[in-house]
Design a protein around this ligand. Structure first.
Ligand code: FAD
Length: 578
């Protein structure tokens, strides 16, 4: 093992090296799935001293982990269900992520809870939020966010003038936290790679290696090269979210865990469409609806409906969009229309199958199982508690390894970019002066890269044209597009526009106006010729067109059929069952 100095890159060369290393020797652990849970498992295992590989069939975080509400929260809903342990655990994670593990990526966010009844509702909601605040304290940490406060209707309207006066009687404001979910996963994988994990995207597990009953590794298809390789490992972890059952089928055994999918749709609208200084949470008949500040936008969602169709590209239908608009419009004085919607995304909750048929009532808690020797399954849970899920999964791995493995230490492992972030944040005016960038740009960069900002600024020093904003998506600098390919594991245009940045949901053109320039910027680092640039733009354009059209369809079936009309630039294969 070599000891690395500096943060690992996830560029094309590093992917090649990672695959070669995985093929060369038996690993302690190989993880299937590069969402938040798989990335968490890789980091937990490698920081306990184990040798680790991670395989992701598509792009990192391209499953559920880039399509969430992007909240790090305890979940007020679970409080109402009296699930105090779940809420406490999640709020303790919130404090840890905010203050130690990723202060550059996780931020406090305020929510207004409008009250609609007089009398009982204020004491009921107030007591719940007081409990929520107190469960947020954990040993050695403060809560990391301000406490709740009661507001009269007049004061609430001052904070959120967009609310219709007659829609509520008063309000309570409380705080939670938010995160760029896709960037968090990628940053965690860079951190894991820094500690020595081998990670590779667009590598699909298509079979298992067996010695009798025991799983001894996986058969992997390198989807970019079209070749296959074997990765041997003493323990394999299945962290594939809504694909969990597929992996179970591949291993041929009857699974102990069943996961089913529930679709949640979010809309983005420009910030000026809702005049408010705070996020808003609304009750719906089934669950809650959030209006979440997101840079120069609002994220509004979500829905909760059963989904049995394509899991790689869940499609939002007209009905989903209308549902979200209808619920938010119930409290706005100036209603939103479909013309206000600049972006739409849909994600699938990996729900452990339960007795109840109602998806919103299915358990959000996680399960770890050891269905056959050599294989650990981890599923369920939620983004906020990924670290706990990862710890439990690696404990099961340790059990299977039959050797002494140190306890989890990820509660003390800051993610790449966290160390030194606060000092740089405090010096942001000076950084702005020395780099020639506006301080608002420096803040944006610090909140995406933390103390790795120097790597982006170095790109700009080497090529000053990269300091220019990307025309058509000017929240982002051209340097950030290049950096996505050189350091952050982006291998295709879609990776850059949908996950390293969020241009695909933050602009009315959904990335089409910048696709050509972005593809040209990453062509060099990724070794593309003109033909590949053309192909990438063509695939991306087809994706956007299919998504737009699917959002005009009335039903899930129609939306799914239309969305599937746009193929992936690197399609996954249909694996053969054992
Ligand atoms: C609408 C919505 C809103 C949500 N909001 C929140 C929230 O605000 N806060 C919160 O805490 N949680 C939230 N959640 C829950 C949270 O997002 C998920 O629990 C979490 O992201 C699941 O992560 P995962 O790693 O299990 O799955 P995924 O992110 O889906 O990762 C699984 C990965 O496995 C890969 N894979 C599958 N098969 C193979 C194979 N054969 N070989 C290699 N790789 C494979 C997939 O490509 C995928 O990337 C939300 C979920 C949804 C759907």
């Amino acid at each position: 093992m070599t000891v690395r100095t500096g943060t690992a890159r996830l560029g094309p060369e590093e992917r090649g090296t990672a695959l070669a290393q995985m093929a060369a020797r038996e690993l302690d652990v190989v993880v299937i799935g590069g969402g938040v849970v798989g990335a968490g498992v890789a980091l937990d295992a490698v920081t306990r001293g184990l040798s680790v590989g991670l395989l992701e069939a598509r792009d990192f975080a391209s499953g559920t982990s880039s399509r969430s509400s992007k909240l790090i929260h305890g979940g007020l809903r679970y409080l109402e269900q009296l699930n105090f342990d779940l809420v406490r655990e999640a709020l303790q994670e919130r404090a840890l992520l905010l203050q130690r593990i990723a202060p550059h990526l996780v931020r406090p966010v305020p929510f207004l809870f409008p009250l609609t009844h007089t009398g009982w509702e204020r004491p009921y909601v107030g007591a719940g939020l007081a409990l929520y605040d107190s469960l947020g304290f954990s040993f050695g940490f403060t809560r990391g966010v301000p406490g709740h406060r009661h507001l009269s209707r007049r004061r609430a309207l001052r904070l959120a003038p967009a609310l219709r006066r007659s829609a509520f009687t008063g309000a309570v404001q409380y705080w939670d936290a938010q995160v760029d979910d896709a960037r968090y996963v990628m940053t965690m994988l860079r951190t894991a790679a820094t500690y020595g994990a081998h990670v590779a995207s667009r590598t699909q597990v298509v079979g298992f290696l067996r010695e009798g009953e025991r799983v001894t590794g996986v058969r992997v298809r390198d989807l970019e090269a079209g070749t296959e390789l074997d990765v041997r490992a003493r323990q394999v972890v299945n962290a594939t979210g809504v694909w969990t059952d597929d992996i179970q089928e591949l291993v041929g055994g009857r699974g102990q865990i069943h996961v089913r999918a529930s679709k949640g749709v979010h809309l983005l609208v420009p910030r000026d469409r809702i005049h408010s200084l705070t996020g808003i949470i609304l009750r719906t008949e089934k669950s809650v609806l959030f209006v979440i500040p997101w840079g120069r936008h609002w994220i509004i969602g979500t829905t909760d409906t059963r989904w049995d169709l394509d899991r790689a590209h869940p499609a939002a239908s007209r009905a989903d969009i209308d549902y979200v608009l209808e619920h938010v419009n119930a409290v706005l004085s100036v209603p939103l229309t479909r013309d206000d919607v600049e972006g739409v995304y849909a994600g699938l909750r990996p729900l452990l199958s339960g007795e109840s048929e109602e998806t919103s009532k299915l358990s959000r808690e996680h399960v770890v199982a050891h269905p056959v020797p050599g294989l650990v399954m981890v599923a369920g849970g939620k983004y906020t508690t990924y670290r706990v899920m990862a710890r439990d999964a690696v404990d099961a791995v340790a059990h299977g390894l039959d050797q002494r493995v140190p306890r989890s230490c990820t509660d003390r492992i800051p993610l790449a970019g966290a160390e030194g972030y606060q000092a740089l944040w405090n010096a942001r005016q000076r950084l702005a002066a020395s780099s020639g960038l506006h301080v608002a740009r420096i803040e944006h960069l610090l909140q995406r890269y933390g103390s790795m900002i120097g790597e982006v600024l170095t790109l700009i020093e080497e090529d000053p044209s990269l300091a220019r904003p990307l025309p058509g998506a000017d929240d982002y600098l051209r340097a950030e597009i290049v950096y996505a390919a050189t350091h952050e594991g982006a291998r295709h245009l879609d990776d850059v526009l949908a996950r390293r940045t969020h241009i695909s949901i933050e602009t009315f053109h959904r990335g089409l106006a910048v696709a050509q320039e972005a593809a040209e910027l990453i062509a060099g680092p990724l070794g593309w010729g003109e033909e590949q640039v053309r192909r990438e733009v063509e695939y991306y354009t087809k994706r956007v067109e299919a998504e737009r059209l699917s959002q005009e369809q009335d039903t899930d079936q129609e939306a799914d059929a239309v969305r599937l009309g746009a193929p992936d630039v690197v399609p996954a294969v249909v694996p053969r069952s054992a």
